[in-house]
Design a protein around this ligand. Structure first.
Ligand SMILES: Cc1cc2nc3c(=O)[nH]c(=O)nc-3n(C[C@H](O)[C@H](O)[C@H](O)COP(=O)(O)OP(=O)(O)OC[C@H]3O[C@@H](n4cnc5c(N)ncnc54)[C@H](O)[C@@H]3O)c2cc1C
Length: 372
């Protein structure tokens, strides 16, 4: 696969690069590892929205940019390389908007899309539960029909950014008698609804990034249901393809990688190790672009997304290992590699868990790509 940018793509990249330079120089953000998912900055998101860079792939008639997924990667690559805080729009731009476009009614599109495009609505992902992570079909949160809507009762966990979000995109069981993949549906639940409780979970760095979300008889109107009642499983698997197939899976630790490039110096062994890492990063990038080309062909990437994510997160973890070896005892001080190694080290284990574990993704590759 040969990757060269078209004139239109290069023009977009030039515009994005100039914007990021201006913002960085104005001090609007400091590059950090994992900032796309932990850095929440509504002001920056609104500026990005004003440039038309949220919903770049969405149809023009719904206010989107009408461009390809490959074009979107040309753009997001620069945001990720800059280590910019993107969490205030990332999930909605990447997966909720496309899901509403694919499965929502015209009224729902008119209701939800404009506020995402304006950078005003933040969404979190309500899939995992205490006994339903890898085995997502084990979801037990219920949304039972009542009057004009649904009553939601249940418990979600590991919900990134719920404490900042306006809505949770919820996978729930609408048929209480159903089991496994049947009877699941997706609903948009405003997090400020009565009966919602959000409890923080602190990760091992002490940061508060994800949460538990409890639903105690939360009422939502019937139009909260997105897509077919009972058709949630098919919808959610499509979204997971978009969730897994982005460059964020290989560029979460870009600030560390750049610091490693700067610190390799003339040391031959380090240069060789860095060279091997650079080559692997380039392969991961190609796998991600290939998944975007699949999305452009009209179907969500499936095993292509799984392959990209396993390969990419494995490299990110190797990056941290290598940087730790280079740093030796200095790794503990927190000052090495521009201060990026310690946070990267604390984040590293989660890279191959969030969005689906590498073991589970290897199963998908085995079954759906290799037919085993
Ligand atoms: C930083 C972070 C952010 C997250 N954000 C969100 C979010 O916003 N929203 C959300 O819904 N979820 C979120 N998650 C949850 C994430 O999707 C789950 O943690 C993940 O899917 C694994 O599920 P689990 O934690 O229940 O582990 P389990 O499913 O219990 O897995 C435990 C171990 O068993 C292995 N295993 C399980 N099944 C198999 C199998 N069939 N074959 C081989 N091995 C298997 C797994 O690989 C893992 O090593 C987040 C997780 C993290 C770490």
């Amino acid at each position: 696969m040969q990757l060269t940018f078209t004139k239109q793509q290069q023009a977009l990249r030039d515009e994005v690069a100039a914007f990021l330079n201006e913002e960085r120089e104005a001090g609007s953000f400091t590059p950090r590892v994992d900032n796309w998912i932990t850095g929440f900055d509504r002001d920056l998101t609104k500026k990005i929205a004003a440039r038309g860079w949220i919903g770049l792939t969405w149809p023009i008639e719904y206010g989107g940019g009408g461009r390809s997924y490959v074009d979107r990667l040309c753009m997001t690559e620069l945001f990720l390389a800059a280590g910019a805080p993107l969490a205030a729009h990332w999930f909605a731009d990447r997966q909720m908007g496309p899901s509403i476009l694919a499965h929502g009614t015209e009224t729902q599109k008119e209701r939800y899309l404009p506020e995402i495009l304006a950078g005003e609505a933040t969404y979190c992902i309500g899939m995992s539960e205490p006994d339903a992570g890898s085995d997502l079909a084990g979801v037990r949160t219920r949304a039972v029909r009542s009057g004009s809507g649904f009553v939601v009762t249940g418990h979600k966990i590991w919900t990134s950014l719920a404490h900042h979000s306006d809505y949770i995109y919820l996978l729930a069981r609408t048929d209480p008698a159903s089991e496994r993949h049947e009877g699941l549906s997706e609903l948009i639940v405003p997090l400020r609804s009565e009966g919602v409780t959000i409890s923080p979970i602190h990760d091992m760095s002490g940061a508060h990034h994800f949460n538990e979300v409890f639903f105690d008889e939360v009422f939502v109107e019937g139009d909260a249901l997105i897509g077919a009642e009972g058709g949630g499983w098919r919808q959610v698997t499509g979204q997971l393809g978009y969730e897994r197939a982005g460059l964020e899976r290989v560029m979460s630790l870009w600030a560390l990688f750049e610091a490693m490039r700067a610190e390799a110096g003339d040391d031959e062994r380090r240069q060789e190790e860095l060279g091997a890492l650079e080559a692997a990063v380039r392969v991961a990038r190609l796998l991600v672009f290939r998944a975007a080309a699949v999305a452009d062909s009209g179907r969500p990437p499936d095993h292509e997304a799984a392959m990209a994510k396993v390969f990419a997160t494995d490299i990110e973890q190797r990056m941290v290992e290598l940087a730790s070896q280079w740093a030796g005892r200095g790794a503990r001080t927190g000052a090495t590699f521009g201060g990026h190694l310690l946070p990267a080290w604390l984040i590293a284990p989660s890279l191959s868990i969030r969005g689906g574990t590498n073991e589970v993704l290897r199963g998908i590759i085995a079954r759906r790509a290799l037919g085993l």
